[in-house]
Design a protein around this ligand. Structure first.
Ligand code: MG
Ligand code: ZN
Length: 370
């Protein structure tokens, strides 16, 4: 009788161990395959910028839908305080570089970016920004120049890729150039539809789209940019999702940084809320798609922003700025969808590239080539 009891106990314990093991296995290996990654960068968007936006908003921010959060360290190869060129290059390539560099390492050597690797693997690719597309953050994903100010050379680098859609300002860097070239014509002969207004962009049914919403920089949303960022994010997803292999899209809220440099509290908060609307578009798509990872972060913090007062009922906040430049504080990472668990913890900004790349599960050959 005792022996029988022992056998029963053994079977019971055994089956518990097996079921625990099965549960753990399905949480990792059983999670749906990631086809698409939407990488969203709020330029200069620290914790204070985001919490100020949360505090004045009538409803929770879209960013708050992310269950996974992490923190990343932003220092560059040659400076404790990074600029957007170095930080963008690291987010795009996993390599630290010097301030001012775009898509090259600290020796000036070209580095391969997530956008380029996605392209090599047959995925569709896109860039959306409220700045010119040639500005440091989007440029870091597609161009290779030692200086972020070489806008016309950066524009030329767009032609060396097979990017499917890009939307932002900056048509002058393509059409009004010192070398007299008209790169808008070159884009057209490469099969792009070239649109020069948000209206045209939204009506487009093109498979390859170069969308310009300003000759150089777009205005702040409060000064007339309207829904350009969330609308363009939706349009880019609509084009990219047609590729059955998947896509890589980078979306930047470029002007959170500019407003914080200018110590313009209301604009800093408004640009953060506008970026959050674009986050909502990405998360809605990811939620219904089930194979899309959304990663939201900043390249660095701008303004040394803190919140020195406010009223929860009146939904007001008082911001204080400690610098007109960038700071070295860690910036948050928010992640949503399959593979998002990897983004929890505290890590260097080089890690985001690695985490995104391994989530895609590209062939070993490509990762080796890196
Ligand atoms: Mg930027
Ligand atoms: Zn800045």
């Amino acid at each position: 009788m005792k022996k029988l009891k022992n056998i029963l106990l053994f079977i019971l314990l055994g089956s518990t161990v097996v079921s625990c093991y099965t549960a753990r296995k399905s949480a990792t290996e059983g999670s749906p395959k990631v086809k698409n990654v939407i990488f969203m960068i709020g330029d200069g968007m620290g914790v204070a910028h985001t919490y100020a936006a949360m505090s004045v908003s009538d409803k929770p921010l879209n960013i708050e839908r992310c269950e996974i959060t992490g923190l990343q360290k932003t220092f560059s190869a040659n400076n404790y305080i990074t600029d957007s060129g170095a930080a963008g290059t690291t987010l795009a390539s996993g390599k630290k570089t010097n301030n001012g560099a775009i898509g090259v390492d600290d020796q000036g050597k070209k580095v391969k970016t997530l956008l380029e690797i996605a392209e090599e693997n047959g995925l569709a690719t896109g860039l959306v920004s409220t700045s010119s597309v040639t500005h440091a953050t989007p440029a870091s994903f597609i161009a290779h120049q030692s200086s972020r100010g070489s806008y016309e050379d950066i524009a030329k680098d767009f032609l060396k890729t097979d990017i499917d859609v890009f939307i932002g300002g900056g048509s002058d860097h393509f059409a009004k150039r010192a070398d007299g070239l008209n790169l808008l014509d070159s884009l057209k002969s490469k099969g792009y539809e070239v649109d020069t207004s948000l209206d045209m962009i939204m009506k487009s049914i093109a498979g390859k789209l170069a969308g310009f919403t300003a000759p150089l920089q777009n205005p702040y949303r409060l000064k007339g940019r309207g829904d350009m960022l969330p609308a363009s994010t939706g349009k880019a997803i609509e084009i990219l999702k047609k590729n059955p292999k998947g896509f890589f899209l980078m979306v930047e809220g470029s002007q959170i940084d500019w407003a914080a440099h200018a110590h313009a509290a209301d604009t800093t908060i408004d640009e953060t809320l506008d970026f959050d609307k674009a986050v909502g578009v990405a998360l809605d798509f990811a939620q219904q798609d089930g194979h899309t990872l959304v990663v939201i972060t900043a390249d660095h913090e701008t303004g040394g922003v803190t919140i020195t007062g406010g009223d929860r009922n009146a939904k007001t906040v008082k911001l204080a700025f400690s610098t007109s430049g960038h700071t070295a504080v860690m910036v948050p990472v928010y992640a949503f969808g399959p593979g998002s668990g990897k983004f929890t913890g505290i890590y260097d900004n080089t890690e985001l590239f690695k985490k995104i790349l391994t989530t895609y599960k590209f062939s070993k050959k490509t990762i080796k080539a890196e």
